[in-house]
Design a protein around this ligand. Structure first.
Ligand SMILES: Cc1cc2nc3c(=O)[nH]c(=O)nc-3n(C[C@H](O)[C@H](O)[C@H](O)COP(=O)(O)O)c2cc1C
Length: 215
């Protein structure tokens, strides 16, 4: 039955977010918000929507999991031959979005993606559960598949072949690191008068400047 989705409305009443009181370091501000999302026991608090685009600007989005973050950037892992991998190869500009609805918060980051050091990717690959390591090998991510049975059969054959051998690191799989040039923190407020604080990195001084944006 058709539902009238135009009437779905949420009234926001989050904590205040003030451009004069936020942490001057956006990485620390992010760290505080992610920790609060984890402490609130949200589902997949590290899930982020990643937007990439082809060289001619045709965009695509998908969810990936943030696996680490520090001064160098924000890291996720994937198949380098996937659609996103192909797009990043031709256009390294990207944006990611975290949405934590129970906290009435979203964070957007924009910047440049680069591959992580293969040694770091290999180290992380070896920490993954065996099932995830096998599926990285047997799934040609983003390519058409004739059937689910074909994928399951490839998984079974691989599992059998490596039952007593160490699974090697696949060279087509690894991390990307997003080095942010801008962050935006959004906190829901009553009457749609939401708080938005943007941080822009001054390219010369390398100091982050904050500004309040209209909701
Ligand atoms: C919650 C969630 C987490 C995901 N995490 C990852 C991830 O960390 N890496 C990844 O390659 N795909 C992940 N995926 C699958 C992607 O969203 C996507 O389907 C896949 O990477 C292929 O994307 P592409 O064809 O745009 O390259 C995740 C999906 C969901 C729903």
């Amino acid at each position: 039955m058709k539902k009238d989705i135009s009437r779905i409305r949420t009234n926001y009443q989050g904590e205040l977010l003030d451009e004069k009181q936020v942490n001057p370091d956006p990485l620390e501000q992010f760290d505080t918000w992610l920790r609060e999302a984890i402490d609130a026991e949200l589902t997949e608090p590290t899930a982020m929507i990643l937007a990439t685009a082809t060289a001619s600007g045709i965009p695509s989005v998908r969810t990936v999991l943030l696996k680490s973050y520090d001064r160098k950037g924000f890291v996720f892992y994937t198949n380098y031959k996937s659609r996103k991998g192909t797009e990043i190869e031709e256009n390294p500009h990207a944006s990611v979005l975290f949405f934590w609805p129970q906290l009435q918060r979203q964070v957007r980051l924009s910047g440049i993606l680069s591959k992580t050091d293969p040694a770091d990717s290999e180290r992380y690959f070896k920490e993954r559960p065996v099932e995830s390591r096998i599926s990285a090998w047997v799934s040609s991510q983003s390519q058409p598949l004739d059937s689910k049975a074909e994928l399951e059969e490839n998984y079974r054959l691989f599992e059998e072949k490596y039952s007593s051998k160490e699974i090697p690191y696949p060279p087509f799989w690894g991390g990307y690191c997003l080095s942010p040039q801008a962050y935006e923190f959004w906190q829901g407020q009553p009457n749609r008068l939401h708080d938005r604080v943007e941080y822009q990195l001054d390219p010369e001084s390398r100091i982050w400047q904050t500004v309040r944006l209209a909701p």
